[in-house]
Ligand binder design. Sequence first.
Ligand SMILES: Cc1ncc(COP(=O)(O)O)c(C=O)c1O
Length: 373
Amino acid sequence: MELRDLSDHVEYRAGRGIEEVARELGRDPSEFVKLSSNENPHGPSPKAAVAIREAATEVHRYPKAVHADLTAALAGKWGVTDEQVWLANGGDGALDYLARATLDPDDEVLVPSPGFTYYGMSARFHHGGVSEYAIEEGPEGFEMTPEAVLDAYDGERVVYLTSPHNPTGARFTLDEVEAVADETDEDTLVVVDEAYGEFADAPSAVSLLDERDGTDEQSSSSNHASRDDVAVLRTFSKAYGLAGTRLGYAVVPESWADAYARVQTPFAASVVACKAGLAALDDDEHVEKTTESVEWGREHLHEELDARTYESHGNFVLADVGDAASVTEATKREGVLVRDCTSFGLPEHVRVTVGTREETEHAVEVLNEVLAE
Ligand SMILES: Cc1ncc(COP(=O)(O)O)c(C=O)c1O
């Protein structure tokens, strides 16, 4: 038998792990600092780590009650109904659910370039086509504007806005998100990917959705109209430090929320992930520690790195180093892994995840030495 035609499908290439790189170079993993995958350098929420250990004795059961508990906790956090929270195996899984719920064969989606590869991958899995809008570099940095999106828009079924954007660090304001949603067709869904939302000093686009009255700190204060054409993606992978558990979710409009039961893979998030997520939600201290260190680290990178950097609202900073491939090779030999953005279509740029204070300082020193060569 033959597989379906996968020639249009692109491979997802995750940043390489420390062990892999250490093995390749015949060195000890402890000699490396990994600042290439936008992970949390402070580890998981300690409360989540305890919950994960405790969950070990429960993994023979399917995650039914705990799935419902986490959904309810998230619904409470955002001031939406439980049906509006679509738990998934990472934010990536939530993107798949949104594609399943919206795309008919040959529908098109509009994705940012540069941008997160999985939007296009997910659309292609669901027999959709992919068009791009450009985020161009200008004198002020990367220009991520509603105009850039709308100029490229041609009736696509789904438009992806990444805010804060990976890898540039730029973000859309809520007015800009609304401008895109207003100007696109009624049948176009605007997916606002807030994987890095906790690092931005800005309200979530959840405030644009149909919402229940007043439970929530972040969404009820909004004056924006309720919409049925915006969905928001969030993840536990970044600020909560749970990338390895694969836990994320979409918050969707109330009017089409019952679709979840029709599109979800049964038991979309594991017992371990759900327990960890519940505990992490209750661990403000860890999120605060993480976001404070990101603020410090972004500032440090902007001020001390001998390269053009860009304002970032994420837990990383993009830098123009001239030749990203050779710079990442050179820093790798010095034990610092940063992301070569060639695969994003930015061969002159590297993306540096903010590490612990020590890691970030060390990365800046090593990068500056390499850049001075
Ligand atoms: C922009 C963006 N969206 C979504 C994700 C997906 O995150 P996860 O599947 O780990 O929740 C990532 C991961 O790096 C990302 O950078």
